[in-house]
Design a protein around this ligand. Sequence first.
Ligand SMILES: Nc1nc2c(ncn2[C@@H]2O[C@H](COP(=O)(O)OP(=O)(O)OP(=O)(O)O)[C@@H](O)[C@H]2O)c(=O)[nH]1
Length: 364
Amino acid sequence: MKHDDETKITVSAVYRLLIASFFTSAAFAIFFNVYPSAHIIDSIIPSLDALMLFIVLIYYRYNPHTDINKIIIFYVVFFILTFSPSTIYYVVMSWRSEWRFIDVYPPISGLIMAVIILGIIMLPKQYKRYIMLMWASIAIPIICYLLSHPEELQTPRGYELIGTFGPASLLLYLVFPYQKSIRRHINKVTGDLRRYEQEAGRDYLTDIYNRRGLSFWLEQLKQDDKIGVLLIDVDHFKQINDRYGHSIGDRVLVEIASRLRTIYFEKHTIARWGGEEFAVILLNPKANTLPFIGSMFQHTLGTLPYKSVGKVTASVGISTIEHHDDFLKLIEQADKALYTAKNNGRNQSIMYSDKLTQPYPKAS
Ligand SMILES: Nc1nc2c(ncn2[C@@H]2O[C@H](COP(=O)(O)OP(=O)(O)OP(=O)(O)O)[C@@H](O)[C@H]2O)c(=O)[nH]1
């Protein structure tokens, strides 16, 4: 489950990263085409980036199950291949005294930093080293050049470039571990929350759903799902408690729950509805199978003796089938049928009909 969530977050992070990078590259492409610089490479690279990112985005949109690692590696390699050679080109040409680096290097340091920060913040831990590789392939040539050309370093652009790729990049090292610990903390809190939620929906003794868990299960049903309800009540349970003690009574309830779990048919769930009363909710059952299912539960509970107390029987009340919004109405029906089963001598299952009128008195 946690793994699924991680994958979902990664997929959505990569998708947003691609979109953000596409719009940024497109903005640069438009800018350099409207206000061309002296170097044609300045308008080619952002246009190429925008085009490639657009293709990847379209591909990713129509192939959402593509291996996400491949997309990330492509993204990083693609940025290294577009930013790094052009940076090295300007550095090498400047070193050969063709021109001054600070005059010709296009104003893309902000864009590079934005891409690096986005990558560091949004991508999972295992991809961070690629992002650092991306930074190193661009920053190291620039820093080396400026340090060996103090006359260019000691200009506003020189200071700005060294500041961006030097001290400002150091910020990344500060943000990175902090972001990692926030992510770890969020994972822990999310995990704890999920565990508490699961525990809150389970009965402590029998570890099947309690009423809260059951209502959560009902909320997950599809719009037009129908249900039928069985209410199962252990016969003369008070006598078991009185004769063997409360803790043996508890053990019997646990054994009953584990017997209920062993009954398998297509779609249903079981819950502890009250003290010695269990509810079974059947999903989209066929009307003519309900009496059979009711007897199946009754016999599974009542046929074989229990380890600590011997024979125990149960009575079962069966509702009609209605839309799941009518759950409480079905519980009432099952309750009336259960009352009739008890009145008729217990150890039997009874289907609800309009003729049954009296509600089953609840244990206080
Ligand atoms: N050991 C144990 N007993 C429980 C628990 N919850 C409810 N009970 C007991 O279940 C008994 C239910 O008794 P009654 O409602 O009189 O019903 P019954 O004795 O089963 O009789 P019928 O339902 O009429 O067949 C009470 O004695 C409760 O104390 C529980 O969690 N553990």
